[in-house]
Design a protein around this ligand. Structure first.
Ligand code: PCA
Length: 324
């Protein structure tokens, strides 16, 4: 009896301690460093949703791959282990070639070109994600991609045998076609990979090199402007379907703001981080004409390969983009 009373008292206390409306808590894994502009933008988005729903949906971001590594984030959301998260869209190229539309060398090398390419690709990407139990919320491009090395490189002959960090199928293929050895490494592991010699080069933005202080191991950054890959934020579909309409509107509003704020941050961060690389002793500048010529030929091969792999859907995206 005594035990039962104690138990009942415990239940009563627990009930009283609960708030009037139980707030939903969403965890949002993100793969990149907390100080990266995508992560900062995501944190502002999370705060916007928490504030806008009066705390009824409280989003907590987990940057730096702390909750799930980049490669595991999509699956964690699809299977409902977490409600929401951010991932590099082209990281899914191994599941479906269509996700690689934004990593085709020299197809859309500037922010303006990239915006047109994204307009052409967005409906298809949303559809594919929907079929995978995911709702697309917003996305933001990384700054243009260039090459990092620990020596001067003037031709693909200088790349022979270099251990090249890749972040999706396209970057692995690019390594193969230029005689390098691809090794897949998450951005969060980069400083260590370069310090220990597991990788000696990569293609990425000035932003990622800056975030990861790659000047501690590498010396050159060549601004080849190969492409601008996107990060996107997705929600588990069942979770989304359970959100009341007024709160969905709040989340969509916060997502729209995050998309334009993130785009501006990406543009601003482009020059700032290139300056940062220079200030920290790296040689930053365009690649030689000879190297660019070789890279363009590699780009043509990769464009043809992607069109082949992505089939009619891929062709429709490229045609719509070129018609813009
Ligand atoms: N940074 C990410 C992807 C593209 C970029 O600029 C990375 O290197 O993982």
């Amino acid at each position: 009896m005594k035990t039962m009373q104690t138990l009942m008292a415990g239940v009563a206390t627990a009930a009283i301690a609960l708030p009037a409306v139980a707030a939903e808590k969403w965890d949002m894994p993100m793969a990149y460093a907390a100080t990266n502009f995508h992560s900062e933008n995501g944190a502002e988005f999370a705060q916007c949703v928490t504030d806008g729903t009066g705390g009824e949906i409280e989003i907590t971001t987990h940057p730096g791959g702390a909750l799930f590594a980049g490669a595991d984030i999509k699956r964690a959301i699809q299977t409902g282990q977490v409600q929401i998260g951010e991932r590099l869209l082209s990281g899914h190229q191994n599941e479906n070639a269509i996700f690689g539309f934004d990593s085709i060398p020299f197809l859309s090398p500037s922010f303006d070109d990239h915006a047109k390419l994204w307009d052409a690709a967005k409906p298809k990407i949303e559809e594919v994600l929907d079929e995978q139990n995911l709702v697309y919320l917003y996305s933001v491009p990384w700054p243009p991609q260039g090459f990092y090395f620990k020596k001067e490189v003037n031709a693909t002959a200088d790349m022979e045998g270099v251990k090249f960090r890749s972040y999706n199928n396209a970057t692995s293929r690019l390594a193969e076609l230029t005689g390098m050895l691809p090794v897949t490494i998450e951005a969060a592991e980069l400083s260590q990979a370069f310090a220990t010699g597991v990788a000696e080069a990569m293609i990425s933005s000035g932003a990622t090199g800056y975030d990861q202080k790659v000047w501690e191991s590498l010396t050159h950054f060549y601004t080849v402007d190969a492409w601008l890959p996107r990060n996107y934020v997705m929600v588990n579909k069942e979770v989304w379907d359970g959100v009341p309409d007024d709160m969905k509107a709040v989340i969509i509003g916060c997502a729209e703001e995050a998309e334009s704020r993130g785009l501006q941050a990406s543009k601003d961060y482009t020059q700032t981080t290139l300056d940062g690389l220079t200030e920290n002793g790296m040689t930053v500048g365009p690649a030689s004409d000879a190297l660019m010529e070789e890279l363009r030929a590699v780009g043509e091969t990769m464009t043809a390969e992607w069109l082949e792999a992505a089939g009619d859907d891929g062709k429709a995206i490229v045609d719509a983009y070129k018609g813009n």
